[in-house]
Write a protein that binds this ligand. Structure first.
Ligand code: CUA
Length: 181
């Protein structure tokens, strides 16, 4: 019998479950329990799924706040292909980063070992904020402002990757954070 032909016995749901099927159902159920446990486990033990504060906002309001942040703290233009402003907030200060189709704006320069409050929101669709090599992972949802504290512990260029599929330019959606000594 294939799934294309009707079952011989019309009341197939009264048949006893095959042993192999029962084993699979048991394995899948137990694995589901393991995976459910791993979510809070990695939150507590790892630093990947960190806690966020989340506030309501609008794309217009968040863009205004980010523009004000850029106007106040821009120190130069980035030498990358997009020529974005490089914004250097005071140590311990706030950072505003806009996610949009298909980039992160602006480029931010931070000081190693200092803590910053990152404010993140999307101007359009849902994006992912994956900060490497810090290995922080957050979902960025439009109309919500997510706030996380980040303390870079190594210098160099960090990449912000979008890890939520957001259309044809998704694979090019990469932002940059520079961390200096
Ligand atoms: Cu933004 Cu994928």
């Amino acid at each position: 019998m294939t799934s294309l032909s009707p079952p011989k016995d019309k009341i197939w749901w009264n048949e006893p479950i095959e042993k192999a099927e029962l084993i699979w159902i048991t394995i899948v159920f137990l694995w589901g329990l393991v995976m459910s446990f791993m979510m809070p486990f990695w939150h507590v033990v790892g630093s990947q799924n960190i806690s966020t504060e989340t506030y309501k906002t609008t794309p217009e309001k968040f863009m205004q706040q980010t523009q004000a942040f850029v106007d106040e703290y821009t120190v130069r233009m980035d030498d990358g292909p997009r020529q974005y402003p490089v914004v250097k907030p005071p140590p311990g200060g706030d950072v505003y980063l806009v996610a949009r189709l298909w980039d992160y704006w602006p480029v931010v320069e931070l000081k190693k070992g200092e803590s910053y409050r990152f404010h993140l929101s999307s101007l359009d669709w849902q994006h992912g904020f994956s900060l490497q090599p810090a290995n922080i992972n957050i979902q960025i949802v439009p109309k919500y402002e997510h706030v996380v504290t980040f303390t870079p512990d190594q210098s160099g260029d960090y990449s912000v990757l979008c890890n939520e599929y957001c259309g044809i330019g998704h694979h090019m959606m990469i932002g940059k954070i520079i961390v200096v000594e």
